[in-house]
Design a protein around this ligand. Sequence first.
Ligand code: ZN
Length: 319
Amino acid sequence: MSNGSTFPPRRRFGGTLVVVLAALLAACAAGWLIWRSTSGHGGDRPPKALPAASPSSPGGPPGKGGTGAGDDGGRSTPGAPDDKGDRPGPGGPTGTRLKGRTVLLDPGHNPANRDHTREIARQVDVGNGRKECDTTGTSTNDGYAEASFTLDVARRARTLLQAEGAKVVFTQDGDRPYGPCVDERARAGNEAKADAAVSVHADGAGAGNRGFHVILPARVTAGAADTSAIVGPSRRLGEHLAGRFVAATGSAPANYLGGGTGLVVRSDLGGLNLSGIPKVFLECGNMRDAKDAAQLTDPQWREKAARGIAEGITGFLTE
Ligand code: ZN
């Protein structure tokens, strides 16, 4: 979870309603894909073709449809037409698409934060305010820690990104007693001169709140924070990420915030405020909902989540 949010409790659903809800969620996901693939309005971004969702495909990173390998130099500018697309192409070339690119992965929290509550409670400057250095994160009702989840998913995503030729930098790899603090997490991406950064999380909302969402940086210019240059590219990163996450996991955008888009803008997160490179947070699901928790605790689902993350980043970096 990204601290600072509270959520209303939801009542539990009965057995029959669960089926209806599942069907609605599936329909919602499908509808969202269609909406995403057909909407280009708004004027601040080009229409984006989403990958054809093919859950039965054998998996693995997609090839790039029709534009050839290694064509990663033609980044589109905001508002410019983009007809290159980034559709997965079965049998397409892999292994070099991210050569020369650096990705920062930020596994949210730290499994050992719980033993260092005093240290992580230290206040740090996030530009427009002060926040705790770090938090323990949430957990499932059965005690599976968000920090364990984020580390596992990030490591899986690292493997996939490295297979595409990327250099992958972690903010923490279970190799430090606590933290790092949120300001240091942001600096890590800046110092690595990463081309994209994703902070991996899972939420701690009430039962019945389901689905994933991507948190995009708001425009913040205060103190050490200036996100002016990253708001646009971060949104594109987030859109790629959301589209690929749906395709890879079958999960629907969150039903409790973001208006069904899976995208939320926030100005209170130091990890985003202090970033000088395109960066988003991904809340992969809600650990406090039994159905989401069943997915989050499943290693096979986490592999799908990691693939969605890797493919979203790859889509952004090769758009
Ligand atoms: Zn978190």
